[in-house]
Write a protein that binds this ligand. Structure first.
Ligand code: MF3
Ligand code: CO
Length: 265
């Protein structure tokens, strides 16, 4: 997202959060389907079509399509691609790839946004370790999303998780508030200092999205104007959830529907 630091931070009611969750459920279910479909031989354009079709089947519209001119419904970032990879007919997934799937929808005027990085077939131990570390860093950032916490606590949690493992945190892209628009205030960097930044309040809804590189943190943008890649060619992973801050703590909206037994996926 781009900077709108002075914009006010919206606080959503329980009912509004329930609407955002409806959008987030579509995102979750589509990502589940995309993850299962990301097998050797499939093109990234195939996955883009699948995402668009499934969202529309559910009455939702892909949030990224046309956003600042973005030409597709889904961002697919393979291996050293960090974020905002554009799907194409020519890009065939191969065994051993790691594939970032980043998807958002708008449903009834409310947005949801989530990303995961998934292995295609069997991947290297090194790639698996990066995926696990990045997923864990998101889990820890979410755990820090509590009332009276600070935005800086989230980034600090990401850094503390991955940097001791020799990884680096991407700084050129950040998470964001979300609700009536895809990107709202505040910005949510994946690096920071505990106790600094905006105070977190019940009703804030944040898209928290660490991007972690196996090598250095520097990224470059390809000539397509969108695809961000690691400057050193190292692997990169990205996980994102839309999270509501409630009196009872963080509520992850982009998980599957919680069943009667309380189990969620
Ligand atoms: N999750 C990404 C983000 O919040 C997706 C935006 S892609 C764009 O930045 F194409 F819509 F820009
Ligand atoms: Co996002």
């Amino acid at each position: 997202m781009d900077g709108r630091a002075r914009e006010r931070i919206e606080l959503r009611t329980r009912d509004e959060i329930a609407r955002i969750r409806e959008a987030c459920l579509v995102v979750h279910d589509v990502l589940d389907e995309l993850a299962a479909a990301a097998v050797p031989g499939v093109t990234t354009a195939d996955l883009d079509r699948l995402a668009r079709t499934r969202a529309r089947d559910r009455g939702a519209e892909p949030a990224f399509l046309g956003y600042h001119g973005y030409p597709a419904s889904l961002c697919i970032s393979v291996n050293e691609e960090v974020v905002h990879g554009i799907p194409s007919e020519g890009r065939v997934l191969r065994e051993g790839d790691i594939v970032g799937l980043d998807f958002g929808v708008v449903l009834g005027g409310w947005f949801g946004d989530s990303a995961r990085t998934v292995p295609v077939g069997r991947v290297s131990a090194e790639a698996t370790r990066l995926l696990e570390a990045t997923r864990e860093s998101l889990r820890r950032a979410i755990a820090a999303a509590v009332p009276e916490g600070r935005v800086g606590d989230l980034g600090a949690a990401v850094q503390a998780c991955v940097e001791p493992q020799g990884y680096s945190v991407v700084r050129d892209f950040v998470g964001h508030g979300i609700g009536r628009r895809l990107h709202e205030a505040p910005q949510v960097p994946n690096f920071g200092t505990r106790g600094s930044g905006v105070v977190l309040r019940p009703g804030m809804v944040l898209a928290i999205e660490p991007m972690v590189n196996a090598g250095g943190r520097a990224v470059e943008t390809l000539e397509d104007g969108w695809t961000a890649v690691t400057a050193d060619g190292s692997l990169s992973a990205h996980f994102e959830h839309t999270v509501a801050i409630t009196e009872d703590g963080p509520e992850v909206l982009t998980l599957g529907r919680v069943g009667p037994g309380g189990g969620s996926r």
